[in-house]
Design a protein around this ligand. Structure first.
Ligand code: COA
Length: 248
């Protein structure tokens, strides 16, 4: 069986996870990283082969079989995935040999299934998703494109997770719940009600922390009140406090 040579886009912490994942998967080997930091030795002794631009410009000459975008943050991973995909660069899915993926599940392009993850029968996982270490996706769940299930998160059966949603470490979701696009759950949250798009929720059971709204700044550049950004007010309702009233 021929072994596929895979480039890893992103040489940060998640890049190291993906390197390890490729080494522990079947039929693939890592070629090296593509990162803003070009040249020289990258993480864990693998080379930095170029950056995003040189990857696109030099693709045929690189003699790689595919790439994986190794960036945990959903929006950036989506941007790079869509750019590479539009250029015809193959985005491969990578499954750790110690993940348990049902033969009756579907896994999209560019999606990674990390060590100890479990994906049940009838589950459909879209493109460019991360099913992180020890996460579990039970029967008939739907995880849409560019979503990230952080380590140890648990979806009971028939849960739907929206595009670019992020379920924080150890989130638990009861059966049949729908989580909206770009919604984020805090570490350790328990989700017992449907969640609309663009919310940040946390706690047991999960309660609203704030709405996540995208805005344009003075230069027309997109900003938002994502976790880690400075702007954290709830600009839709002015609620600010934790409340279960997230219907708007
Ligand atoms: C939920 C989260 C994204 C919020 O980050 P943030 O926007 O910086 O929020 P803050 O730290 O300012 O907290 C805002 C409020 O939410 C509460 N909160 C934050 N995280 C919480 C959590 N996991 N559970 C319960 N409450 C939480 C804070 O106590 C705070 O409450 P207060 O206003 O009463 O003081 C973050 O705390 C979190 O849980 N991240 C998980 C990330 C993760 O799992 N990454 C893995 C990557 S592989």
């Amino acid at each position: 069986m021929s072994v596929l040579k895979i480039g890893i886009v992103g040489a940060g912490g998640h890049g190291r996870v993906i390197l390890d994942l490729i080494l522990e998967s079947r039929g693939m080997e890592p070629a090296g990283f593509f990162d803003q930091r070009t040249g020289g030795e990258g993480p864990l002794g693998w080379p930095i082969l170029g950056n995003e631009t040189s990857l696109v410009e030099n693709w045929p000459g690189l003699r790689l079989d595919g790439v994986v975008v190794a960036i945990g943050e959903n929006r950036t991973r989506r941007r790079i995935y869509e750019k590479l995909s539009a250029k015809g660069i193959p985005l491969v899915s990578v499954i750790h040999r110690r993940a348990q993926v049902s033969r009756f599940a579907q896994i999209g392009a560019g999606t990674v299934i990390c060590a100890g993850a479990v994906v049940g029968p009838g589950a459909v996982i879209g493109d460019n998703c991360i099913i992180n270490t020890g996460a579990s996706v039970d029967h008939d769940c739907r995880v849409k494109n560019h979503a990230h299930l952080c380590p140890g998160s648990v979806l009971a059966g028939t849960v739907t997770v929206g595009e670019e949603a992020m379920l924080g470490t150890g989130t638990v979701v009861i059966p049949g719940i729908t989580i909206g696009n770009k919604t984020i759950t805090g570490a350790g949250s328990v989700i017992i009600r449907d969640l609309p798009d663009n919310l940040l929720v946390a706690g047991v059971p999960a309660r609203l922390i704030r709405h996540l709204e995208e805005e344009e700044d003075d230069q027309g550049k997109k900003t938002n009140n994502q976790p880690g950004s400075e702007k954290k007010t709830d600009n839709r309702t002015g609620l600010g406090e934790k409340t279960n009233n997230w219907s708007g």
